[in-house]
Write a protein that binds this ligand. Structure first.
Ligand code: OXD
Ligand code: MN
Length: 594
């Protein structure tokens, strides 16, 4: 399969450590898929779903204590602690290897070690990076088949001496006390042990495509970001936008939005290039171009329905692995809260217990059938909105970058920043707020710069400096915008309907990129002028648009105090350009007549 001597030696070393009964190299063929599926069904790792209703689909449950990413067990292992920075957990590489080796040691006895060669990005594209993942989980093998390009073609592209990220994954005993997600950027290596949950175990995703890739991107002069990529098509022309939001703020929904009734006559179509990750490089035309390194979606199931995201529902009708949702035992199908159709009459919940809608715990709280972080893993090519550029090795040119968080107050529906550096400032201070209705303690804010807080593989102060540098060296950078779909009124009701209606904001964003779109300059940036957003077919109560677009200087002054505190974390690593942006914003706010 390969004559890459270093790769073979590394696989041998890791097998020596983990002691599997067998080592199997995956070639990505159809026969191999069938064989893996059959084996997983035999062992119970997967349940085959109704072949008529959900062809090629499987049901999987994780261990009950293994249902999400574990930020507290995720480490950046660099020689110097400073290189991991104040927002990451750090461990010395020697300590990381020693601790994880203890857990990996002999952990694959009685199991098979699979070798998965995979490419993040189209095979052979100058954007792409190759990884090789070793794992003892068939669920991981089959998920990596969906989420990446994998198999013999990748080994061929790697040749006999190509660079690759060494990705070692093992379930061990799934004990949370013996779980570690370690990144060794100086060695281009990832060791993940003790978890079978996607975000910890599909190493091409967050571990390689964000943490390791952000490190590589800094060395090589590009950007690895937690961003969707969408195309906005009209009259035969497509403009591309990236958007970064903290997890669970609707990236997948925005990436495949369906135009609202009122704007249908304009003929817009959204095409999806990616829903989670973007790798951006300067193209020969001086603009930033982006590829989605992934090949599938690992989407959150609850809340996905025909209103929030009909395209995601359609995507997940075949060749999909569902994890931790409700299993309908009568029809061998799946269901989740806030999804489609009635809850099944005979079902098992995500823990495998008999479940019916309406059952409650002793304290009266409803028992959820699906875990709130239950997922569907589906090929991007099945998405009705999939862009015809998903496999284009050149990627797509980006006109606009959008950042946003969940803010009940303060941030208007949309504003355009004044320059690249100001855009980087707005992105670096992105925050998501807990709201009374949803999250417990109201008003509590977590800063999540560029939505990368859990994913930046190095010192975030250096990361900000890298962003500033990228702006300086890019002759035609995209415009940077900030959005907030989640602003609430004084009765705590959402002011903006969101979902498909967000197209009205995207339209203004593109108009601004084209030198059109009316705007008013405020201290924080350009906000749409009254009437600048096309509201055809959307009747909001009188005064709503004024509220949703309001910029309140007093609230912003208070916010700035928090920005200052946040920036202090980075000490001398904070680039001077961000300090200057803070001062300039402070001055603009002070200049507003009281
Ligand atoms: C994800 C996340 O799963 O951001 O995409 O947590
Ligand atoms: Mn994500």
């Amino acid at each position: 399969m390969t004559d890459h001597a270093k790769l073979k030696a590394w696989v041998d070393d890791m097998a020596q450590l983990c002691q599997p009964d067998e080592v199997v190299w995956l070639d990505g063929s159809e026969q191999e898929r069938k064989k893996l599926e059959d084996e997983a069904v035999t062992t119970g790792e997967l349940l085959r779903l109704n072949e008529e209703k959900l062809p090629g689909c499987f049901y999987h449950r994780t261990d009950p204590k293994d249902v999400a990413r574990v930020e507290n067990l995720t480490f950046i292992c660099t020689s110097k602690e400073e290189d991991a920075g104040p927002t990451n957990n750090w461990m010395k590489p020697s300590e990381g290897y020693a601790k994880a080796s203890e857990i990996f040691k002999d952990s694959m006895k009685g199991r098979t070690m699979y070798v998965i060669p995979f490419s993040m990005g189209p095979v052979g594209s100058s954007f792409s990076k190759i990884g090789v993942q070793l794992t003892d989980s068939i669920y991981v093998c089959l998920s990596m088949r969906i989420m990446t390009r994998m198999g013999q073609t990748v080994l061929d592209a790697l040749g006999s001496d190509g660079e690759f990220t060494k990705c070692l994954h093992g379930k061990a005993d799934l004990n949370p006390e013996r779980r570690l997600i370690l990144h060794f950027p100086e060695d281009n290596a990832i060791w993940s042990v003790g978890s079978g949950y996607g975000g910890n175990a599909l190493l091409g995703k967050k571990c390689l495509s964000l943490r390791i890739a952000s490190w590589l991107a800094k060395q090589e002069g590009w950007l690895a970001e937690h961003m969707l990529i969408l195309g906005l098509e009209k009259d035969g022309k497509t403009r591309y936008i990236t958007a970064a939001f903290p997890s669970a703020c609707g990236k997948t929904n925005l990436a495949m939005l369906i135009p609202p009734e009122g704007l249908k006559h304009k003929g817009y179509k959204i095409t999806t290039v990616g829903d989670d990750i973007a790798w951006l490089r300067q193209g020969p035309d001086g603009r930033l171009w982006a590829v989605n390194p992934e090949n599938g979606f690992f989407g959150v199931a609850p809340g996905t329905n025909s209103k929030s995201n009909p395209n995601a529902l359609a995507t997940a009708q075949k060749n999909t692995i569902f994890t931790n949702v409700v299993f309908d035992t009568e029809h061998k199908t799946v269901w989740w809260e806030d999804g489609e159709g009635e809850a099944p009459k005979q079902a098992l919940d995500w823990l495998g217990r008999p479940w019916k809608e309406g059952i409650t715990y002793e304290d009266g709280k409803p028992v959820k059938g699906a875990h709130p972080n239950s997922r569907f893993t589906s090929p991007i090519s099945q998405c009705p909105a999939a862009s015809n550029k998903i496999d284009d090795p050149k990627g797509v040119p980006i006109d606009a970058m959008i950042f946003g968080g969940r803010r009940a107050r303060l941030a208007p529906l949309v504003y355009e920043t004044l320059s690249w550096d100001h855009g980087v400032y707005a992105a670096a201070t992105v925050a998501s707020e807990r709201t009374a209705a949803q999250y417990g303690k109201q008003g509590e804010v977590r800063r999540d710069p560029m939505a990368m807080l859990p994913f930046c593989g190095y010192n975030m102060g250096d990361y900000f400096a890298h962003w500033i540098k990228m702006g300086k060296k890019t002759p035609k950078p995209p415009k940077i915008f900030h959005v907030n779909w989640f602003r609430r009124d004084k009765d705590n009701k959402f002011l903006w309907p969101g979902f498909g209606e967000n197209l009205r904001v995207l339209e203004w964003v593109i108009e601004r990129c084209e030198g059109k779109g009316e705007a008013e300059e405020t201290p924080i940036g350009f906000v749409p002028k009254k009437g600048a957003l096309d509201m055809t077919g959307l009747d909001l109560p009188e005064g709503t648009m004024e509220q949703v677009l309001e910029v309140n200087p007093e609230e912003w002054k208070a916010e700035l105090e928090d920005h200052k505190k946040f920036f202090e974390k980075f000490g001398s690593k904070l680039p001077k350009e961000l300090r200057e942006q803070l001062t300039a914003l402070e001055e603009r706010l002070a200049a507003v007549p009281a």
